[in-house]
Design a protein around this ligand. Structure first.
Ligand SMILES: [Zn+2]
Ligand SMILES: [Zn+2]
Length: 345
């Protein structure tokens, strides 16, 4: 089969590699149709690592995937050959303390598609994964929509985990695909005003379809002052979706006493300092988000019911052969890209 191998920093090669095989009785062989390019893939592409997770080249990345079941192991009951599915990229062990506590996302033996030293990614014609990662989709759901359910699930989980009072005023710092996912989910809840910041004006424009109270670019204006003018009591919840340490600092300033800072974005640095006295005096709750747990089906249902429509998120489409162009586009934030999608035959 063909696979896109990351062979070095900012370097892909399409190579012929052996197809994966069904080994365990719960394995499912999936023909991949669609893969979304994620910010975490871009981290591996531009720097070869996220924190201590370092890529050993060559390696197949990619995890926001959807496809068609090709073959199944003897004990598989969730899916049948020919079935169209969305894929949850996380494969938990099912028996450690974390899994037993319903925290599969922090499983002690967690394996994740396209994560260095764990599992090969989905930027290939076929993958094998556990049946628990396979989520059937309805006939009228597109593979693009199914792939977008992966980042949307993180939005669903982030909102679930935040302490969100009714009519809460909230800010979203960083309105890329994950920030948009959070925003879409907030629009299904009873919330007050939503304030959005990003360093890319085109992204601020893009999110206006969801009717934010305010959008601002922190490179151009003092976003904390501006938001304070409009909402003197400040925010109940701030979703930090940019990974920028400066945004985390702004988020803390934007919160009212008793507010919640939800850290969703992945920083490029290893350590960030916090204003401990401000956190203490305002008694801020910090919630960290590690991907998601139990939210894949919820995300699929939100898309299938039409409660959330994220079709316009898929701004650019590429073939597997065009993978390098897709990653350069996203890495350089060119051409107003929100989500680049790789479509396989
Ligand atoms: Zn992702
Ligand atoms: Zn486990």
């Amino acid at each position: 089969m063909k696979a896109a191998l990351l062979t070095g920093i900012r370097q892909f090669e399409i190579r012929e590699v052996p197809s994966p095989k069904i080994i365990k009785e719960t394995d499912v062989l999936v023909k991949i149709k669609t893969v979304g390019v994620c910010g975490s893939d871009i981290h591996y592409y531009t720097t070869g690592r996220i924190g201590s997770r370092v890529v050993q080249f060559p390696f197949v990345i990619g995890h926001e995937a959807a496809g068609i079941v090709q073959n199944i192991g003897n004990k598989v009951t969730r899916v049948k050959p020919g079935q169209r599915i969305a894929i949850d990229p996380a494969v938990s062990c099912g028996h450690c303390d974390q899994c037993k506590a319903g925290r599969e996302n922090t499983c002690r033996e967690l394996l994740f598609l396209g994560c260095p030293t764990q599992l090969d990614g989905s930027l290939a014609e076929y993958i094998v994964t556990d049946e628990r990662s396979c989520f059937p989709i309805k006939d009228d759901m597109t593979f693009d929509q199914a792939a977008i359910s992966e980042p949307l699930a993180i939005g669903v989980y982030s909102v679930e985990r935040s302490i969100l009072p009714q009519n809460a005023d909230a800010a979203i710092l960083g309105i890329g695909p994950i920030g948009m996912s959070v925003f879409h989910v907030l629009r299904t809840k009873i919330v007050g005003n939503i304030y959005v910041t990003d360093k890319l004006d085109r992204r601020l424009e893009f999110c206006k379809m969801l009717n934010p109270k305010f959008t601002g670019n922190p490179d151009k204006i003092n976003v904390v002052e501006k938001i304070a003018e409009l909402e003197p009591l400040m925010m109940d919840v701030v979703y930090e979706c940019s990974g920028d340490p400066a945004a985390i600092a702004q988020g803390i300033q934007l919160l009212k006493p008793g507010g919640t800072l939800v850290i969703v974005g992945i920083p490029e640095v290893d350590e960030i300092t916090f204003p401990i006295h401000e956190l203490r005096r305002k008694e801020i709750t910090i919630v960290n988000i590690r991907r998601q747990v139990n939210c894949t089906q919820k995300a699929i249902d939100l898309l299938a019911s039409g409660k959330i429509n994220m079709d316009s998120m898929a701004t650019h489409h590429f073939s597997l052969e065009e993978i390098q162009s897709a990653f350069e586009l996203v890495a350089n934030y060119r051409d107003g890209v929100m989500k680049a999608i790789i479509n396989l035959d």
